[in-house]
Ligand binder design. Structure first.
Ligand SMILES: [Zn+2]
Length: 253
């Protein structure tokens, strides 16, 4: 029983215990190339938040990891079989109810740990901040925490070398053999502003990728996954410990 995982702890402990902050992992249920499971984002978020909370706990912080929300925004993948879309407005409704509980019970710090690129929490956090002024709500998206180029040879953003390496490390039993891996080849937008990144429109996923992957996974390895996992959880762990100890009435210098 890990005392920092809400799904594993119990009322015997929680009747008296009080935490510094809550961590809400948020993933997605979607195809990940041919070879990775639909729950890839959830598994990564589960494993990372558990490791982060463990490290923080051992250093005297008191975070509690809430159960992972298993569905995310998949508006661009409506024709990919059983990609389960949660609309942004539904995400706001779920988050509002969770924040209402935390606010009522005096857990004023919340970190949303995002494991899926389609989830965009910034506008939701802005709106919740107005509604719950006592709450300190933040989010992070783990693939952006470190420079991926230092860990992986091929760039990508979905079922790529990074995600395949992480899954080889975390749940190799759920990764198909290498001969089944798709190339992760994807089409670029014809209009330059979108490829340059300063204009945005939703990508129609089934038109840009045959195997649903974006990014070549072929150079993935368990060792790369382990190194990235250790470094990313260490860096986010240091941040979470800081948030645990932070005075939210006195955040600026
Ligand atoms: Zn993913």
């Amino acid at each position: 029983m890990r005392p920092y995982i809400l799904a594993e702890t119990n009322w015997n402990i929680l009747k008296e215990f009080r935490f510094d902050m809550a961590i809400l992992p948020w993933g997605a249920t979607e195809a990940h190339n041919y070879h990775l499971p639909y729950a890839t984002d959830n598994i990564q978020a589960d494993c990372m938040t558990a490791e982060i909370a463990k490290q923080v706990w051992e250093k005297g912080g008191k975070p509690i990891v809430l159960p992972t929300i298993p569905f995310g925004v998949n508006t661009g993948q409506s024709d990919i079989y059983l990609d389960i879309n949660l609309n942004p407005s539904t995400q706001l409704a779920i988050l509002t109810d969770i924040v209402e509980v935390l606010n009522r019970q005096g857990v004023y710090k919340l970190l949303i740990f995002n494991g899926h690129g389609g989830n965009n929490f910034k506008p939701l956090v802005r709106e919740l901040g107005l509604k719950f002024p006592k709450m300190f709500i933040s989010f992070c998206f783990f693939p952006q925490v470190l420079n991926k180029d230092k860990y992986f040879e091929e760039q990508g953003d979905h079922a790529d070398e990074m995600e395949t390496s992480l899954m080889l490390y975390l749940r190799s039993d759920l990764v198909l053999p290498k001969e089944k891996w798709g190339s992760g080849a994807s089409k670029k937008h014809k209009i330059k502003a979108f490829t340059e990144g300063w204009a945005w429109s939703e990508r129609k996923w089934s038109e840009i990728s045959v195997d649903t992957g974006v990014g070549n996974p072929s150079k993935a390895s368990k060792e790369k996954g382990e190194l990235f996992f250790n470094d990313v959880t260490k860096k986010i762990g240091d941040f979470v410990l800081e948030v645990c100890h932070a005075d939210i009435e006195d955040l600026y210098e």
